[in-house]
Design a protein around this ligand. Structure first.
Ligand code: SAH
Length: 351
């Protein structure tokens, strides 16, 4: 029987600054991941295909108001060819990410290249499965999500960023609504996607109580995937100089990943690039805490400098990531989609 976690227990762990407790927590999370999802770490070739964005999130470096980056949008042909290189390398799954557009023509273009990736990768791959596709392109309408699903995308990442509506409204401009974000998460689930969400850890105004609530939110929403990382201030954003909480975001993120693994043993958890950016051991410690998905960046080098969600983003070469995953005692799940086990379980229960 899975243990249920009380608010007091979670608060106690998150507030405790004893490094021994962190070690014990990581050990427990690692045991749990080995029992529930095994030692495989799955790769998602990350293609950041556009930094054009209509939003003005107070924390994000590609917000519309940042005039100091050049805006780009990769051509469909280039995206498809990057996708095929991921397939040839055995990654078997992609994460396609961008700023947020609501231009129907642009969304239609995404539908088209998702379809092209799907058919071409199925033809190229001798298993016939082709590439698994995760999208992370923000808040869209139900019909747009549905079209993208029909085109072949089957996972979607949309972080709630902060599950407390008050904190959410402090880090987003008035036009961006918490309710709409919840609606999007519900729509994605109704359509049938594997749904991922997550938060940033260490945001100005964030408390341990907020983080406890975030973990409970993930459980309540019965999510399939989690992507979480430390908040890293970006100089061209309104939150840049705002005072951050007095906890240390790196080890706090590790604790939250470990607790998430213990509370939701069969979900997929990403070891985020932000975690790897803050600390040279970010990859190894993130895996130990229970993360089982890593996203090697495939965005063309010419564009990376303009996809700056935060400062000094880490780019580790895919081959080095693979070596380091193996050296940490895990196996690399190549030639397989590596879907969330939780998704399969929750669908079996519905039947
Ligand atoms: N536009 C899409 C995806 C791009 S942003 C979307 O909104 O979902 C992807 C994630 O990067 C965001 O969800 C946010 O959690 C994270 N992010 C943005 N700015 C950041 C910062 N300054 N530090 C750390 N993470 C950040």
């Amino acid at each position: 029987m899975q243990k249920s976690w009380s608010k007091q227990e979670i608060t106690g762990i998150l507030s405790c600054r004893d490094p021994h407790l962190l070690d014990e927590l990581l050990e427990a999370a690692d045991r749990c991941r080995r029992d529930s999802v095994g030692t495989n770490v799955y790769l998602r070739g990350l293609i950041e295909f556009s930094n054009e964005c209509r939003r003005n999130c107070y924390y994000c470096g590609i917000r519309k108001g940042n005039r100091s980056i050049s805006r780009y949008r990769l051509a469909a042909g280039e995206i498809v060819s990057l996708a095929m290189s991921a397939l040839d390398a055995g990654y078997s799954s992609l994460a396609l990410q961008s700023g947020e557009s609501d231009d129907p023509r642009e969304i239609n273009e995404v539908v088209q290249f998702v379809q092209a990736i799907k058919t071409q990768s199925q033809a190229r791959d001798n298993t016939g499965n082709g590439l698994g596709i995760t999208l992370s392109i923000g808040e869209l309408t139900y019909d747009q999500y549905k079209k993208l699903w029909e085109a072949g995308a089957h996972r979607y990442l949309l972080r709630i960023e902060a599950s407390d509506p008050r904190l959410f409204s402090q880090i987003h401009p008035p036009g961006q609504s918490y309710k709409k974000r919840l609606q999007c998460l519900n729509d994605l689930k109704t359509i049938g996607y594997q749904v991922g969400t997550g938060i940033m850890v260490g945001l100005p105004g964030q408390s341990v109580n907020n983080l406890v609530r975030d973990l409970q939110f993930f459980v309540d929403k019965d999510i399939d995937m989690l992507g979480m990382g430390p908040y890293i201030p970006h100089p061209n954003t309104p939150l840049y100089k705002k005072q951050v909480p007095d906890f240390e975001p790196f080890s706090m993120t590790l604790k939250i990943i470990a607790l998430a693994r213990l509370m939701m043993p069969d979900i997929n958890i990403v070891c985020s690039t932000a975690l790897q950016t803050l600390n040279p051991q970010g990859l190894e410690l993130g895996l130990k805490a229970g993360a089982n998905v890593v996203m090697p960046v495939l965005t063309p080098e010419d564009n990376r400098g303009d996809y700056t969600l935060y400062d000094n983003k880490n780019y580790t070469r895919p081959q080095e990531l693979i070596e380091r995953i193996k050296e940490s005692g895990y196996t690399v799940g190549l030639w397989t989609w590596g879907d969330s086990r939780h998704y399969a379980v929750r669908n079996a229960q519905l039947e």
